[in-house]
Design a protein around this ligand. Sequence first.
Ligand code: HEC
Length: 111
Amino acid sequence: MRRWCMIVALAGAALGADKKAPPWEKSRYLGQDLYREHCVVCHDIDKKESKKPGPSLYHLFKNEKLPLTGGKPSRDYVVVKVKFGGQLMPPFIKRMTDAEINALVDYIESK
Ligand code: HEC
């Protein structure tokens, strides 16, 4: 009986731990969270076709050209775009740190 309780307790701990990201995976989840918080309202990232106001960022770094402006995709371009925005896109320079923008661009690059 006692041993059985131990097993249940251990399994419970393991399941609980599973829900929290281990530190080495934090950056990936941080980027995803930031994307959901700031970008997903206007940009899809999981499919090319999109009805949202901004162009889809699907495969942004894997494609030859940027979806709207047609330039070569680069981290620098995306960082500047996120910081300063565009004609319609809002700037995020006051809402994210450089480290956060970096994690966000990592996430976009992984898509
Ligand atoms: C209010 C809607 C809105 C939000 C929020 C927004 N964008 Fe945009 N984004 C746009 C629009 C519209 C454009 C195209 C016109 C422009 O540049 O203003 C654009 C353009 C871009 C481009 C350039 C595409 C190209 O072909 O050059 C990138 C990259 C981009 N957004 C990334 C992001 C990221 C990353 C976030 C989150 C931090 C974000 N956007 C948040 C509306 C938005």
